[in-house]
Ligand binder design. Sequence first.
Ligand SMILES: [Zn+2]
Length: 201
Amino acid sequence: MNIVVSSRVSEEFYNAVHEGCNSFPAYYSRLNTTIALGPRLHSVFPDLRKDWRHLVMMHRGRTDTIGLAEYGRSPAPDRPLSKNTRIAEGIAHETGHVFDFRVFGNAEQKAYFSLREDGPFLSAWVADLADLQAHPELYESLDVQFARHMKRGGSGTKETFAETWTNEHGYSSLKHRGINDIRPLWPRCTEVVQDCIQSLG
Ligand SMILES: [Zn+2]
């Protein structure tokens, strides 16, 4: 992973990103991903959709770039800016997408591993989802952000891969939402992600 500064950030933020990157296992050296830093996400991606500008991180598959912003805010328009303190967990989640796309999937064919029709992850996700939907009491009390893992059409599947990956690496990108670990709710998906990690040696 290469850290570049797209636009000025504090030394404290830069150092925290550096530290976060160094906390990952040796197989992370397989990534050529650029981690681009800026004060806001649209300082890194000037063409960013207006309704996504409050976000603090995003992975763009086609350029293999993770944008990390030092400041963001909650989507409500009247909320003040706050400092991004979810750095290592953010990198863990976004690199989960990178591994899904570039290491286990096929970036040239724009094919995510987690979405492969004949692959183990999609069938695991479908089976775990069916179990969850039969027991709404398991997730009803969780923050609304949990629902993004259950979305059909590809995005839910990819998010489940990235977040179980994050949990396997000791982080939760939803900790600020009171969700520390989604793995108990996605047991088959978790097994596939563990197999993926094991295959990296
Ligand atoms: Zn994601």
